[in-house]
Design a protein around this ligand. Structure first.
Ligand SMILES: [Zn+2]
Length: 86
């Protein structure tokens, strides 16, 4: 699966905004998601400087789809370079 595909996967349409950067259904962390899609084609500029975008996650525990702003992601969530901000 390509997290940076320009075409959104079907499950993102039922994603709901999760404020705590974890699954809104069961509280699982984003790294426990079985699928990830990052909406890089529509970045939002907040405070005139920081760029952020929606990150969609499909929970591997309960299949809940949720999303959160990239700027709200805890730094420890991902260690893979491809998930770090440019
Ligand atoms: Zn869940």
């Amino acid at each position: 699966m390509d997290a940076f595909s320009p075409v959104p996967p079907q499950w993102v349409v039922r994603a709901s905004h999760a404020l705590g950067f974890c699954c809104s259904g069961c509280g699982a962390a984003s790294r426990q998601a079985e699928a990830v899609w990052i909406n890089r084609s529509a970045p939002v500029y907040r405070d005139g400087q920081r760029r952020q975008w929606q990150e969609f996650y499909l929970c591997g525990q309960c299949q809940t789809a949720w999303w959160a702003w990239s700027s709200d992601r805890p730094p420890s969530c991902f260690t893979k370079p491809e998930y770090q901000d440019p």
